[in-house]
Design a protein around this ligand. Structure first.
Ligand code: KG4
Ligand code: ZN
Length: 369
């Protein structure tokens, strides 16, 4: 059964053809990093305009690469939230028009559900139940998954998502956007024990909090690097991934006030900050995942979302799995970040369950799992 998946929830325009929810036939992603880089974060208006330009070529390429015609599709699965509303609108409108014109059923997929089902695109697939850690630019949560559509959220971030913290710290260090891959890289040459940044373990809770850590990095940088505070023009452009829709307009928070650049910090100091910040993020993600495993008595963990591409997190998760016997499912890096193959994978299960969407489908910026 072939399904065309479409994802335009943030800044990547993506289309993929997936067979039976597990086998990728084509997976095309057009990313907008170059457009947003100069603003230090995603500008929603520019993102949706670029989606409009790219949606047709990307879908066309996915179909051509798969070597199939529209008549061979069982359905089209589109991500309808959560995400940036203007971006989601492009994918949803396009999918609806295509379904109408080609007389193909439409299926609506939650972006987080898509991240969970990215693990099913690899050779080794998880059995139910499992614990899913989703760590991206807009979300950080732990869920218990008992079957398709049977999700229980065990914990979520109370403020910044892990990826958002990476992006903001990168920005205040003047390392650019997106911050995750840059910090991951710089951390390799830094000492993770050089600065004791705080870890918000929030006892008795599987929730997360990363904003205190971000502030601690800021204070450190101000004190050691001598960076002055300065309002940046156009606060809207200074937040990070913007996955959480309107929240990104909060003025960009602390990072918005920081002069771009890293003052008098040496490259070695910057690498140490990156390594120490990353160690704090990864320590918390590890600890909470271990607690979830223990509390739920489930020995199976999936890891997904953009931050799941992080080399330190992958290494530590791998070590944990080896030491404890926990079965770990980590999709390849390219399937951790946003892609439409994961939307088609989740869409397969939704289609099989008979959950079709109407052509009146509207995107939703804040959509719970
Ligand atoms: O899942 P994703 O592509 O989009 C959302 O759903 O948000 O995640 C993007 C986030 C960004 O914040 C980016 O900085 C982060 O994932 N990220 C990483 C790495 N690669 C991407 N964070 C840490 N280490 C990485 N290697
Ligand atoms: Zn995502």
């Amino acid at each position: 059964m072939l399904i065309l998946g479409i994802d335009t929830s943030c800044d990547d325009t993506s289309a993929a053809v997936v067979e039976s929810g597990t086998k990728i036939v084509s997976n095309v992603i057009s990313n907008q990093t170059e457009i947003h880089r100069r603003y230090g974060g995603i500008v929603p208006e520019l993102a949706s305009r670029r989606h409009v330009e790219m949606i047709w070529p990307v879908v066309d390429e996915a179909m051509k690469e798969a070597g199939i015609g529209y008549g061979e599709l069982a359905c089209i699965a589109v991500c309808h939230g959560p995400g940036l509303i203007g971006s989601l609108l492009v994918g949803c409108s396009f999918a609806k028009a295509l379904c109408y014109a080609k007389k193909i059923p439409l299926v609506a997929v939650n972006h987080l559900e898509g991240h969970i089902y990215s693990s099913f695109l690899e050779e080794k697939k998880p059995d139910y139940p499992f614990i899913a850690l989703i760590v991206s630019g807009g979300h950080t949560c732990l869920c218990r998954v008992d079957g398709f559509g049977r999700y229980r959220e065990l914990g979520r971030t109370r403020d910044d998502a892990a990826g958002e913290a990476y992006d903001k710290v990168s920005k205040l260090l003047g390392l650019g956007y997106p911050g995750g891959p840059v910090i991951d890289d710089r951390a390799r040459t830094g000492d993770p024990r050089s600065i004791d940044f705080p870890r918000a373990y929030l006892p008795d809770s599987l929730d997360f909090s990363f904003s205190g850590l971000k502030t601690a990095v800021l204070q450190y940088v101000k004190t050691v690097g001598g960076i002055e505070e300065k309002e940046l023009p156009g606060g809207f452009a200074s937040s990070s991934s913007g996955r959480r829709g309107a929240e990104r307009f909060k003025g960009g928070g602390i990072a918005a006030k920081i002069h771009r650049g890293s003052g008098s910090l040496t490259p070695e100091q910057i690498s140490d900050i990156c390594a120490s910040f990353q160690a704090a993020v990864v320590d918390v993600l590890m600890k909470k995942t271990e607690w979830a495993v223990r509390n739920e008595g489930i020995q199976r963990v999936t890891l997904s979302g953009g931050v799941a591409a992080n080399s330190e997190l992958r290494k530590r998760m791998g070590e944990m799995a080896e030491e404890t016997g926990i079965e770990l499912f980590m999709p390849s890096r390219s399937l951790c970040t946003d892609n439409a193959a994961m939307i088609a994978a989740a869409g397969y299960h939704r289609f099989k369950a008979g959950h079709l969407a109407s052509l009146g489908l509207n995107p939703v910026a804040y959509l719970p799992l």
